[in-house]
Design a protein around this ligand. Structure first.
Ligand code: AHG
Ligand code: MN
Ligand code: MN
Ligand code: MN
Length: 341
């Protein structure tokens, strides 16, 4: 009966993407091969994160070797470094990539010609690393650009607006390991079945609620916010129209905060503030992938000035303020910024 059929008709992420790709006449399986290598990296990080406490993988990278810091001078933790190496090696060995940009590497990686493919991957191998030591959910975020024609790759090929991405996704290492992906035709969620080592489709066609009851922001930065951000948060806490106040949920791992926002609705903000006029989150491998997913799920993503996916980055580690989430809620934020102009 139905449940047995369900048990035997396993919709793995590979099968799902293969189905989607075969609808594209030009596809020759390259994207599926690339994705499989990203999935391999996620499975590695999932297992490393799950036994981090045991394998003493936690703690600062600096403990054992020269003080390591990432592309933003932030202290690197062992898992940051380890995850980065696994993803770089998996992506290069896939033979489907040409440029790799990682939060953990100051410079972009240009894949040697013999292993070069047509995809560029921008990624944050371990997001939320400040939460590793206390066991709170962390994640991996990635975005994929495709080289239009076969020219010698240059850094311009990854300094593209997010709307040019062909795919984006994240993997969240929490109570379960969940991979959320879009290849431009909606958003789907897959959960790792550790007994199979396969990601199985568990959240088909995710759509974010049009309006939400939750806002997510680091209130500790409130004294440095600009007018519109302050007004929006004030409205969440003290609504003037008699509607109930919103709940504040802030985990401090973008992947976890965005995953909750995608499923439950509401907004996630990392605004500009006086100390950091471009906010904290990086355009290529945090803002763009999450904005791509939000739009694909029927939500919006706004920088305070423009649609996030229209931003044209000039540097690979550039930052931008970001307001993303439920369609109607982001409309409110856009109106507050428009009123300031
Ligand atoms: P990463 O660990 O990759 O450096 O990213 C951390 C980011 C993001 O995950 C999260 O939303 C944000 O830092 C939290 O920043 P605050 O602690 O300043 O709120
Ligand atoms: Mn970092
Ligand atoms: Mn991050
Ligand atoms: Mn990171």
């Amino acid at each position: 009966h139905a449940t047995e059929a369900h048990q035997t008709d396993l919709m793995t992420i590979t099968r799902f993407v293969l189905n989607e790709q075969t609808k594209r006449p030009e596809s020759r399986g390259d994207f599926t091969i690339l994705l499989n290598h990203i999935v391999l990296g996620c499975k590695f990080v999932c297992s490393a994160v799950n036994k981090a406490g045991l394998a003493k993988l936690i703690g600062l990278a600096g403990e054992t070797n020269v003080q390591a810091s990432d592309s933003n001078g932030e202290e690197q933790k062992k898992l940051d470094v380890l995850s980065n190496e696994v993803f770089i090696k998996a992506l290069v060995s896939s033979g489907r990539t040409c440029i790799l940009v990682s939060e953990e590497d100051e410079e972009a990686t240009f894949v040697e010609p013999s292993l070069r493919g047509k995809y560029s991957v921008v990624f944050d191998p371990l997001d939320g690393s400040s939460n590793i030591d206390c066991g709170v959910s962390i994640g991996t975020i990635f975005g994929i650009y495709m080289l239009k024609d076969s020219h010698e790759p240059t850094i311009e090929d990854v300094l593209q607006p997010g709307k040019n991405m062909v795919a984006a996704g994240y993997c969240m290492y929490g109570s379960s390991c969940t991979l959320v992906l879009s290849t431009g035709t909606g958003v789907n969620g897959f959960t790792l079945d550790p007994s199979l080592g396969e990601f199985i489709l568990t959240h088909p066609n995710i759509k974010i609620p049009k309006k939400g009851k939750i806002y997510s922001v680091n209130e500790g930065n409130a004294k440095n916010w600009d007018g519109p951000t302050a007004k929006y948060v004030e409205k969440c806490k003290f609504p003037k129209d008699g509607s109930p106040a919103k709940s504040l949920r802030y985990i401090g791992s973008m992947v976890a905060d965005v995953h909750r926002t995608l499923l439950y609705g509401g907004t996630f903000l990392y605004p500009a503030d006086k100390k950091s006029p471009n906010g904290k989150l990086r355009v290529l491998y945090e803002v763009f992938p999450m904005s791509f997913l939000m739009e694909q799920a029927g939500g919006q993503a706004f920088t305070g000035k423009l649609r996030a996916l229209d931003l044209v980055p000039e540097k690979i580690h550039e930052r931008s303020p970001i307001f993303l989430g439920s369609y109607d809620d982001i409309e409110e934020i856009k109106a507050l910024y428009a009123a300031e102009e």
